[in-house]
Write a protein that binds this ligand. Structure first.
Ligand SMILES: [Zn+2]
Ligand SMILES: [Zn+2]
Length: 229
């Protein structure tokens, strides 16, 4: 298990190449994404390592319905009783567990290779009930307030989260930071994905956290250099 402090009150948990984030919320915890199926033990260990009981996990925010993000959601809800949050476009996929929409690889050899390894649109997951639907412009009243930013293209119901209290942008799979800041492994619609990257590049934040790859500091400037703003 790898647990890293990203900023005060924000810990990153990485397992099998997928990142999850535990956010302090006034003595309780919020989890952003749940990793691949079978990651629940790693998350519960991380919660214990931070000095919390499992029941302290009050909320799980799912950035999108890909199996490396919703994979352990049902198991973690069963273990903790946490409430779930998701965008309405992707919630039916998580609730049915039937897998995601078709994607095409992003440009470049590395992404083509990673796409062949990791993109599994037909991969099913344990169905998980979504309790709260959140759309563009909403603020989730947790961890000091989390601003919801709709970022389709990689996945039509994907959301990023802005956390003003820490200056963190949780970019999900709008982009990733593997051998540098760049595209995710694939897109449902590349033009829409580009527009979402530009949308994030126009925002103010200091640290970017990703579904895949290490957090990036001085991040807004790096986004602007890559995608304009
Ligand atoms: Zn994804
Ligand atoms: Zn992912």
């Amino acid at each position: 298990m790898a647990v890293h402090l990203v900023a005060p009150g924000v810990h990153m948990v990485s397992h099998r190449g997928a990142n999850m984030y535990l956010l302090d919320d006034d003595g309780r915890l919020v989890l952003v994404d749940t990793g691949f199926p079978g990651s629940e033990g790693v998350v519960l260990d991380a919660i214990a390592a931070l000095g919390h009981a499992s029941a302290d996990l009050g909320d799980i925010i799912l950035t999108h319905a890909h199996y490396d993000h919703v994979g352990s959601a049902a198991a973690l809800v069963a273990a903790t009783g946490a409430r779930t949050w998701m965008h309405p476009v992707d919630a039916p996929l998580a609730e049915s567990g039937r897998g995601s929409r078709p994607m095409k690889p992003a440009p470049g050899l590395l992404r083509h290779l990673m796409f062949r390894l990791f993109a599994k649109p037909g991969r099913t997951t344990a169905p998980v009930k979504i309790d709260e639907l959140v759309e563009e412009g909403a603020t989730i009243p947790l961890a000091g307030g989390l601003r919801v930013i709709h970022v389709p293209g990689h996945c039509a119901g994907q959301i990023a989260l802005g956390q003003p209290a820490t200056g963190i942008l949780f970019a999900a799979d709008t982009c990733m930071n593997i051998l540098g800041l760049g595209d995710p492994i694939g897109f449902e619609d590349r033009a829409i994905g580009r527009a979402s990257q530009r949308k994030l590049a126009a925002l103010d934040f200091t640290i970017a956290c990703f579904g895949h790859g290490q957090p990036l500091h001085d991040a807004a400037a790096r986004f602007r250099a890559r995608w304009g703003g």
